[in-house]
Design a protein around this ligand. Structure first.
Ligand SMILES: [Zn+2]
Length: 561
């Protein structure tokens, strides 16, 4: 039976330590895992050797099995149970004391690595024994999610616990519990998130967050081919539909057996609350309509945002705009994104205030930000919503030819808003980011979209997360920047390099700013310059430019409110 018996024990131990598996469910969980692997009984400890030779296919996974044996030798079972008490104690302490976060992060990384090892060996075993058809990442992801489902509480149990914590403790304790569950269950694949490159880039607008997203794995060719031939299914309708909860997945849709959703009532309608499996920032959550209906920015959307913030005051929440180019990647399913994080835009100050007649109780102002942001602040969310309604109504119909703002072209609407709501002390706050998705021959991807000059770094839509100051840059940049650094240091001609030629203008532009570029400072320079490109990306996406003329045009709109 090889090491599978040991790994089943390890996984159940992981479940017990993380709290996924209550003590009472230990034997039950072992038995479910035995069934999944087609085993009739757990092997006796220490009786693992001697049978592997019989299984020719298992040789493929032998390398990882051997290396894991060494790891086991270092941490015998007895030590594990000691860790349990320690790490649990540490967790609860960390919640109260953020300064201990360093050790909590380490402990979490150790747990994540341990789980990755167990699941990886289990997938090797499953492939060796014909339980998965192919050994690529898509098939392995489907199977390891099925493994994790054996450790999961039912949705009703998670919901009950979440609500109980909300009532007896606080919404923050409840989200802490649910976030931990989403990570421990491997719904959020921590070991993949850890691969993302992240840094802070100082700019005149504040510290922007830059990430190169490496956590979405490249699909293997066999899975791509199989997905092409798979029949198109309408179930679940999309990745955000609630029917994903517990869904086994298929070659062209991820498995979600380890996914649990918390229902929330906002503005009288039923929505779901969950975390993003890709967590771009701390506690990155998604709040989504239980109905598969399109995105819409309107009065109800503002009400829903504030309803959510009132229930979870430690979270901000925002919505993508409801038009292509300036919206997010999913326009077909109404949803918001929020989380426990303060973005550069939230920290950016108001640079000029104004008062709207009839709304003297609301503080309004223009935010010092590369995009065009109106910030409303006041103690009464209904009053903020009433003013936001008026601004949205005006903006939808607003045309200013001198500023190249057109509400419509060929009867297609172009103006919309990206709204973000948060609690600020005792007050409520709403940022309204003015958006316009018009295209021209010169800018076929959008006039208020990163221009061609910046496409070597960022070409994709500027959605809610980027608007707030976090760049989600494509994975290709990791390899390109590594090669670019080597080429700069060796003095190679970038224009002759097929991969690097597109970065040549950029390098020629920034290089003269530095006295010298060498092996010691090049990493910092590239990071800083990518940050400055992202700042320009946001300036391009801004409807009103950061010039006297641009800001005067912004004021013309404000006058019209
Ligand atoms: Zn949907």
């Amino acid at each position: 039976m090889e090491r599978i018996g040991a790994d089943i024990r390890k996984l159940v131990s992981y479940g017990l330590r993380t709290g996924l598996v209550p003590e009472e469910d230990e034997i039950f969980t072992v038995n479910r895992l035995l069934e999944l692997f087609g085993l009739e009984e757990p092997e006796e400890e220490g009786a693992a050797n001697g049978t592997e030779g019989a299984e020719g296919k298992a040789a493929a996974g032998a390398g990882s099995i051997i290396s894991q044996e060494c790891k086991y030798a270092e941490s015998p079972e007895g030590q594990d149970s000691k860790c349990t008490a320690e790490s649990e104690g540490q967790d609860s302490k960390c919640t109260a004391e953020p300064e201990d976060q360093g050790s909590a992060v380490d402990a979490d990384a150790v747990l994540a690595a341990e789980l990755e090892g167990i699941l990886s060996r289990m997938c090797d075993y499953a492939y060796g024994h014909g339980l998965i058809a192919e050994n690529g990442v898509v098939y392995r992801d489907l199977f390891d999610t099925k493994i994790m489902s054996m450790l999961m509480p039912r949705p009703s149990e998670v919901i009950r616990k979440f609500r109980e914590l909300c009532e007896t403790e606080s919404p923050r304790v409840a989200t802490d519990y649910y976030y931990k569950l989403s990570r421990d269950s491997d719904y959020i694949r921590r070991y993949r998130i850890a691969r993302d490159m992240k840094w802070i880039a100082p700019t005149k607008y504040g510290d922007l967050d830059i990430t190169i997203n490496l956590s979405k794995p490249e699909k293997d060719p066999k899975a791509i081919a199989a997905a092409k031939n798979a029949k198109q299914s309408g179930y679940p309708k999309c990745l955000l539909c609630r029917e994903n909860e517990g869904y086994a997945g298929r070659i062209n849709h991820p498995a979600r057996q380890n996914h649990r959703i918390i229902p929330v009532t906002i503005n009288g309608s039923q929505w779901g609350f969950q975390y993003s499996p890709y967590v771009y920032y701390n506690e990155h959550c998604i709040v989504f309509n239980f109905q598969h209906v399109p995105m819409k920015i309107d009065h109800a959307a503002f009400c829903k945002l504030f309803d959510f913030v009132k229930q979870f005051p430690h979270y901000f929440v925002g919505s993508n705009a409801d038009l292509p180019i300036v919206g997010g990647s999913i326009l077909s399913h109404d949803h918001f994104q929020g989380g426990h994080y303060e973005f550069a835009m939230a920290k950016a100050p108001v640079e000029r205030s104004f008062t709207i007649d009839g709304f003297e109780d609301i503080t309004a102002g223009v935010v010092k930000w590369p995009m065009s942001v109106i910030r409303l602040n006041g103690p009464d969310s209904d009053r903020i919503i009433a003013l936001a309604d008026r601004i949205l109504e005006k903006w939808r119909e607003y045309t200013d030819e001198d500023a190249f703002v057109y509400a419509y072209a060929d009867n297609e609407p172009h103006n919309t808003i990206t709204p973000i709501a948060r609690k600020r002390g005792d007050n409520f706050e709403l940022d309204l980011v003015l958006r316009n998705n018009i295209t021209t021959e010169e800018h076929p991807l959008g006039v208020y979209h990163p221009h061609a000059k910046l496409h070597h770094i960022k070409k994709e839509n500027i959605g809610l997360i980027e608007v707030m100051g976090l760049a989600v840059l494509p994975a290709r940049l990791k390899e390109e920047m590594a090669q670019l650094k080597a080429a700069i240091l060796s003095g190679a001609n970038l224009r002759e390099d097929e991969l690097l030629a597109k970065h040549a203008d950029w390098v020629e532009e920034f290089a003269p700013k530095y006295e010298k570029i060498d092996a010691f400072n090049i990493d910092g320079i590239i990071e800083k310059e990518i940050g400055l490109v992202f700042m320009e990306v946001l300036e391009d996406a801004g409807v009103y430019k950061r010039t006297l003329e641009g800001q005067a045009a912004f004021d013309r709109f404000i006058e019209s409110i």
